[in-house]
Design a protein around this ligand. Structure first.
Ligand code: NAP
Length: 252
């Protein structure tokens, strides 16, 4: 087993995940750059200053998850931090469709359930599957182990219940509700893992310029990575079962 702590970031070949990986490497972690395409993961790992290794990991593929967990155990012998960052917003949105048009096409009355299933497969079930596979390693790192689920305030039921909430018009069963479900999974995991001292929290990075929103976000990836990284580095007095952004707590 190596001395340095090890962090795995899923979907770290681009966007906020890559920045989280860079920041954790700068904090002295050996960082595993999860990427469904190994070559793109290797390219990203090569761009990181510090100890970074690409790890083939498709969060929707059981065999890929099992192979990744076996490789972490065999090659590194430990896992201290898991950042469940990988996500998609849709599988069927046409490039000419605006976010508003897509929201209209995915209202509960008309949404294609295969679209819901595909997005939840990555954003919700993928997180649970990867966490289950990595938990034996994380338990060995307890009570210092940390799990961060990268969520979004667009999944907040409390915010969406308020007619004045900016993103309310696009609250749909696809992406937004997948983050609501991810929040529920976060709390369930936090409750189960609290006796072991493993902290599990959800972070909203904020509206960040990435591929996910065709680079329309208003924040930089450095800003977007701030809260997930803070939660990955929580000390023993830090919270568990919380949902927050860089400004503080976000209502569930
Ligand atoms: P991004 O640049 O599109 O990155 C998403 C990452 O997830 C990519 O590396 C992608 O891999 C990966 N991914 C997708 N499906 C995967 C799968 N099945 N297995 C493994 N990896 C997979 O988007 P981002 O904005 O950085 O998103 C990072 C996180 O922040 C997500 O959880 C997102 O929901 C959340 N978030 C983003 C914003 C924002 O404004 N950007 C706001 C709130 C929350 P490929 O490169 O292979 O596609």
């Amino acid at each position: 087993m190596q001395d340095k702590p090890v962090a795995l970031v899923t979907g770290a070949n681009q966007g906020i995940g890559l920045q989280i990986a860079k920041d954790l490497a700068a904090k002295g972690f050996t960082v595993l750059v999860g990427s469904r395409d190994l070559a793109r993961g290797e390219e990203a790992a090569g761009a990181i200053d510090g100890d970074a290794h690409a790890l083939q990991l498709d969060v929707t593929d059981k065999a890929s998850i099992a192979a990744a967990a076996a490789r972490v155990r065999g090659e590194f012998g430990r896992l201290d931090v898991l950042v469940n960052n990988a996500a998609i917003t849709n599988v069927r949105r046409r490039p000419d469709m605006s976010v508003e048009e897509y929201a209209r096409a995915t209202r509960p009355s008309v949404v294609d359930l295969d679209e819901v299933r595909a997005v939840w497969e990555t954003n919700v079930f993928g997180v649970v599957a990867v966490t289950q596979a990595m938990l034996p390693l994380l338990r060995e790192a307890a009570p210092a182990a940390r799990i961060v689920n990268v969520s979004s305030s667009v999944g907040s039921l409390t915010l969406n219940a308020n007619p004045a909430f900016h993103f309310r018009a696009i609250f749909s069963p696809v992406y937004s509700a997948s983050k609501t479900a991810l929040n529920a999974m976060t709390l369930a995991m936090a409750i189960e893992l609290e006796p072991a001292g493993i902290k599990v929290n959800a972070a909203c990075p904020g509206f960040t310029k990435t591929n996910l929103n065709n680079f329309r976000g208003t924040q930089t990836v450095e800003e977007g990575a701030r809260e997930p990284v803070r939660l990955a580095l929580l000390g023993p007095d830090g919270p568990t079962g919380a949902f927050s952004n860089a400004a503080g707590p976000v209502p569930w």
